[in-house]
Write a new protein. Sequence first.
Length: 402
Amino acid sequence: MRSLLRVEKLRSDGRGPNDVRQISSEAGLLPRVHGSSLFTRGETQALAVVTLGGDSDAQKVDDLLGAESARRFSLQYFFPPFSVGETGRFGAPSRRELGHGNLAERALLPTLPSQDDFPYTIRVESTITESNGSSSMASVCAGCIALQDAGVPVKSVVAGVAMGLVLPEAAGQEAIILTDILGSEDALGDMDFKVAGDANGITAFQMDIKVEGITLEILSQALEAARRGRLHILGRMEHANPPPRKELAPHAPRVGRLRINPSKSGMVIGAGGKTIRSICDNTGCTDIQIDETGNVTITAPSQSALAAALAIVSGMTTELEVGVVYKGCKITGITDFGAFAEVLPGKTGLVHISELDVKRVNAVADVVKVGDLLDVKLLEIKNGGQLRLSRRAVLEEQQVAA
């Protein structure tokens, strides 16, 4: 292999030193997952799946000091024996799988949006279905396409390539840099230098070196060849067929955030979490998280459930203002002396019979019934918290404006 490179400038598969193998990619091939892609480079193939979740799905991590943190992004790399034509047991991830997964995770992490811009927990699983060199870099490419397919607004598209090396064996020879190495070139060559990044720079790299003699000049040549190879791969990824959908999948959860006064967190939580459980039961949302600064994160299976939960929490924590007109207040009950209107979710006040209309009202039922929507003005908040509302004041203001 080494003499073939020296004499004929050819590699074992017929490529030149700087050639990248044939690339194909497709997105959205798995219909029920949140995001998926299949990336193939030569005889190396990675199937990536992205799963989105809320704050409660983040991985809890304890450090050596006993402090707990949460990882909102993780990448799991799975290298089954059949990917290299072998049989074997499926068990806990090996040290190699952990290392490759960590490398691919570090390569993708700088491209992810902030939690404020995209409040999701993100998990990527890369399964290597076939391997002949550089499966960790294939995981980077497949993972990036799958992230886009899941609707994650990545800052830039990232690709990875593995570089090889054949050092001089005699005087007068030069070092040969290899782009996108095969498994045999990794085993029989002198270097496996994995470089990942976007068109502007590097996000992660790892070098496996077997010999002495790597100079700054050789390293510079390898980085430049990696840049050219990375740009070629990025160009091929842009032609994924079908392309990534770049929006949330119909089956993906919906996550929304709002900020409340931290002093009102107890009101939303309730005794033993009773209020939060009630909100989840009534709206269908799956999780509500509140941090010490008053940030509320709600996870729901649909946009309608999310909107309903956000409205309830917002209504519970919004300060009512006297003199403000609240529109579309639902009538929740009527009595002989007036009607009860829900100004905000969980906040109901009385519209006295004398405040229902500009003219005399003989019976409340003559003007409103349960379920009607009224525009009312908040006249007073009494010492006990009772709300005094008026529809007549709204009608009089409308008449003056007309």
